[in-house]
Ligand binder design. Structure first.
Ligand SMILES: [Zn+2]
Length: 163
């Protein structure tokens, strides 16, 4: 399994949680992500906009597009992506193609699938794979635990109740 989160990771994930909460309040699903450069500065932020745009409007692919357009290859490789949920295969592929650096996630795809099952949601139309099976040589930390993990679960359940 992936590595444990650091104190630093937790600070960035708290910002991701705020973005996920903003998404839920706007009627979207509870996903938020930030891209951080090698000095620790948040370069860009994104949240789920599936209801607002299209079913493909996941925050991580949004950040990957932004990085592809605005950062050099070297800058991209030095970034870390923080996200409330482990990438789906589409976002993992985007992360890999754009050559972003490490990935830190709060909940794993497996945990999310279990929560969806608990809430009797219909299954996703695609299979989820651990990001390491899609992105070669990626450094990954996650999932988180405790209050932080409980918070993202609560946000997901809130978004599903309002569907
Ligand atoms: Zn995705």
């Amino acid at each position: 399994m992936a590595n444990k989160l650091t104190e630093n990771d937790i600070q960035y994930l708290k910002r991701c949680l705020e973005l996920a909460a903003e998404a839920v309040n706007a009627g979207d699903e509870a996903f938020g992500s930030v891209l951080v450069d090698d000095s620790g500065t948040i370069i860009t932020e994104a949240r789920n906009r599936v209801n607002e745009k299209t079913v493909l409007a996941h925050p991580e692919i949004d950040l990957a597009y932004g990085a592809a357009e605005n950062l050099t290859e070297k800058e991209r490789a030095a970034t870390t992506m923080y996200t409330t949920g482990e990438h789906c295969p589409m976002c993992a592929a985007a992360h890999g193609w754009v050559g972003l650096g490490a990935l830190v996630y709060l909940s794993s795809a497996e945990q999310l699938a279990n929560w969806q099952k608990e809430s009797a949601l219909p299954a996703a139309p695609i299979n989820f794979l651990p990001v390491e099976e899609i992105i070669k040589n990626i450094a990954v930390r996650g999932p988180g635990d405790g209050e932080l993990l409980a918070e993202i679960k609560r946000l997901h359940q809130k978004s599903w109740l309002s569907d």
